[in-house]
Design a protein around this ligand. Sequence first.
Ligand code: NAD
Ligand code: AKB
Length: 314
Amino acid sequence: MNKILVVGAGGQLGIELVEGLRQLHGAENTIASDLKPFEETQLPEPYITLDATDATAVKGIIEEHNVTQIYHLAAILSAKGEKNPLLAWDINMRSLLTILEVGKMEKVEKIFWPSSIAVFGPDTPKTKTPQTTTMNPNTVYGISKLAGEQWCEYYFRKFGVDIRSLRYPGLIGYKTLPGGGTTDYAVDIYHKAIKGEVFNCFLDKDTRLPMMYMKDAVKATIDLMQAPSDRLTVRSSYNVAGMSFTPQEIFQSVRSHFPDFQIVYDPDYRQNIAESWPESIDDSTARSDWGWEHNYDLNSMTEDILSHLSQLLS
Ligand code: NAD
Ligand code: AKB
């Protein structure tokens, strides 16, 4: 029987991934954990307050609960990382190395760790960015994710740790507000539209970025973790794609439901980060290795989010 530990579960991805994992493995077999105390999360029990950089605490929980799989989500994202680069490097690298090392020692069967399109930089081909290409990221978050990918591959090849990873694009969910990324605008816009407020967009109207609906991200994660090991040809991190759009295009999609909705473009330091990333991603390796398929495009995502969000906020 699988016993799952989700680390950094209190964030935008964790809240929804825990739900998906609990449907699959049972709530009693899926322990959510985060730095935050229980009262500050939206997660139901079982829940443990856990610092991912504390190797003794992580080891204790794995042994006490006979954990067989870890999903390690804790990180400082791109925009927040540029405000405090040393903190971002420290948290992102120290937590990953803790999970890899404890996972190896405790013979954890499988580990999931997310990378990001932030591993690509200004020298990377902008469209249909290939699985293997020039990287050279120029944010501390991207540098930490690229180093993390290489550490994952190293632990797999040297120690046989079965660690799997996806380079998520910007993830868009409606259940919680995002935690300090450059793609956060594409979550905020739905909340402003529902509240009838003008949306102040921190990216320029034509900045195209790869994005994915959270339901597809949860599906990709579970599909990858269930794939037979011998199907996986990539042990750094897989490119995955859902859709690509600009602020103007998502605004038009939302405005088709709220004809009076208005947007003001006011780009800030996050514009430079966005401009260093690809516009679209070639994920053909994920599609052929383990059958990845996305379900949502921009308009079907907008419909789904608005129908759920209006119920949640009413
Ligand atoms: P988030 O910022 O919403 O959540 C991160 C969580 O990690 C927070 O709840 C935070 O309290 C927790 N955390 C921070 N330091 C911790 C520590 N030392 N110990 C335990 N928990 C700690 O981020 P998210 O959007 O949920 O992203 C989750 C993962 O997915 C990250 O690794 C991120 O890099 C990756 N990712 C996210 C996106 C996206 O668009 N959201 C895209 C690409 C990759
Ligand atoms: C961010 O904007 O930092 C994240 C990501 C693409 O990794 N959403």
